[in-house]
Design a protein around this ligand. Structure first.
Ligand SMILES: O=P(O)(O)OC[C@H]1OC(O)[C@H](O)[C@@H](O)[C@@H]1O
Length: 437
């Protein structure tokens, strides 16, 4: 059992059963040994600043311009639209879910909408719902050249300009992109839009502690706590005396070991917490794009307890034995009011009487883990005492490190995504008229 500050019982419970299945203790020990150089590489990268996702947790200097913009937006707008896709959107969505459960933002915050697709119907619905005079926009694109984000922004600027005039744009629209010449930086320049620099060394799927900060500030979340939680996990992992003491290394060794032995081809992340729904979506991109290279990688699956017990669990238990399960328990056992036996008085539901919703949640998470183990499926559980900015930051860092270490073990570069460029090239050709009948 490995524990890290903030993440209690990062139970590599499968580690305790290694040797029972196809992953031998020797193979696991070799992989864990291989994590040593991976951790050393991360230590060096943190020291020389080569990987900004490792230095960001201890930085605060970059937050100033974001805080200024957020304060202005909070004062001026009822709605803020965050444009961008992939790594420029999912981290922000995962953070925003902490504060907005879908019933509206906290008092004093605007409604924050993430538009990460180019579905014209969605944009039509957005324009019908918001008042342009009370709407702010924040467009995020690391490269500044992503077709979807540029198209989104062009459409939104067109609408705002028609409603408010060109001069108003600089008060309503801001961008975050690399400080270089790009289609997005040119738009910012042309309309004098505030431009916040995106660190060129910070890959989108490792950028949550940067791209997620404006949404966090808009919703009144504690950005310092997000980073402190991440820093604590980073510190624990990089200062551990060996790889066995570093939870992300243990997780990477298990995931890669099971994949090498052809025991898993999919990695299911199943939090028991609605607020972690978008976290699982964020993880899906991180794991897929970082590792899916040269025939490597396992397919990440985002699931949600208890909902997916009622739609996926049959397959998970009795379908192909090709999945590793990571269940996240967000410490809600105490939450909720007890069920009044006067209302639920049927003899068959005696087990629910006097129990809280949180108790049902927690019992189901435990029961699912044990049932999966009973069916011989590899399972690990991560327990978070309480979900807040600190623990969410810790979870982000845990999985970013686990992914980086897994990439090292697989011998792939975690920080690029060369294959997706092919489809982008083809899209451009189609739009230019080539091959379109
Ligand atoms: O932030 P951007 O440069 O606009 O990129 C947004 C997304 O675009 C892609 O196609 C990449 O596959 C993703 O890794 C990236 O996060």
């Amino acid at each position: 059992m490995v524990s890290a500050p903030y993440l209690h019982d990062v139970t590599a419970c499968f580690a305790e059963r290694i040797g029972e299945g196809g992953l031998t203790k020797d193979a696991y020990a070799r992989l864990l040994h291989g994590c040593g150089p991976a951790l050393e590489q991360l230590r060096r990268a943190r020291a020389d600043g080569a990987l900004p996702f490792l230095t960001l947790p201890s930085r605060r200097d970059d937050l100033g311009p974001l805080a200024t913009l957020a304060a202005r937006y909070r004062g001026a707008f009822d709605d803020v639209v965050v444009l961008g896709t992939g790594g420029s959107s999912l981290g922000g969505q995962a953070i925003a879910a902490l504060a907005d459960r879908g019933f509206g933002p906290p008092v004093g915050s605007p409604r924050v909408h993430f538009l990460d697709n180019v579905d014209p119907d969605t944009f039509q619905a957005l324009f019908a719902a918001v008042d342009p005079a009370r709407t702010g926009v924040f467009a995020i694109s690391k490269s500044g050249g992503t077709a979807e984000t540029l198209c989104q922004l062009a459409v939104v600027i067109d609408r705002l300009r028609a409603a408010l005039g060109e001069d108003a744009l600089k008060r309503h629209v801001a961008v975050m992109t690399e400080p270089k010449d790009s289609p997005l930086s040119r738009i910012a320049e042309r309309f004098s839009l505030p431009h916040i620099d995106h660190d060129p060394g910070l890959g989108g799927r490792f950028s949550v502690l940067s791209t997620g900060m404006l949404p966090a500030l808009l919703l009144g979340l504690d950005t310092a706590a997000l980073r402190t939680g991440a820093a604590a996990v980073l510190e624990q992992a990089l200062e551990a005396k060996d790889a066995a003491g570093a939870a992300p290394a243990v997780g990477a060794a298990i995931q890669v070991g099971l994949a090498n032995e052809r025991m898993v081809s999919q990695s299911v992340l199943m939090p028991y917490c609605d607020r972690l729904f978008w976290f699982a979506r964020w993880y899906r991109q991180l794991w897929a794009e970082s590792l899916g290279k040269e025939g490597n990688g396992t397919t990440p699956v985002d699931a949600l307890g208890t909902v997916d017990q009622h739609s996926q669990l049959q397959l998970y238990l009795d379908g192909p034995a090709d999945k590793l399960f990571t269940l996240v328990d967000a410490g809600m056992a105490e939450a909720g009011r007890p069920v009044d036996p006067d209302i639920l008085d049927h003899p068959e539901t005696g087990y629910l009487q006097g129990r809280t919703m949180g108790e049902l949640f927690t019992a189901e998470s435990r029961a699912t883990a044990e049932t999966l183990i009973g069916y011989g499926r590899p399972v690990r559980q991560i327990r978070v005492e309480r979900l807040d900015e600190g623990t969410l930051g810790a979870l982000f860092m845990h999985f970013m490190l686990e992914t980086a270490i897994a990439a090292h073990l697989m011998g792939v570069n975690a920080y690029d995504q060369p294959a997706v460029e092919d489809g982008k090239r083809l899209t451009r050709r189609y739009l230019q008229g080539e091959g379109v009948s």
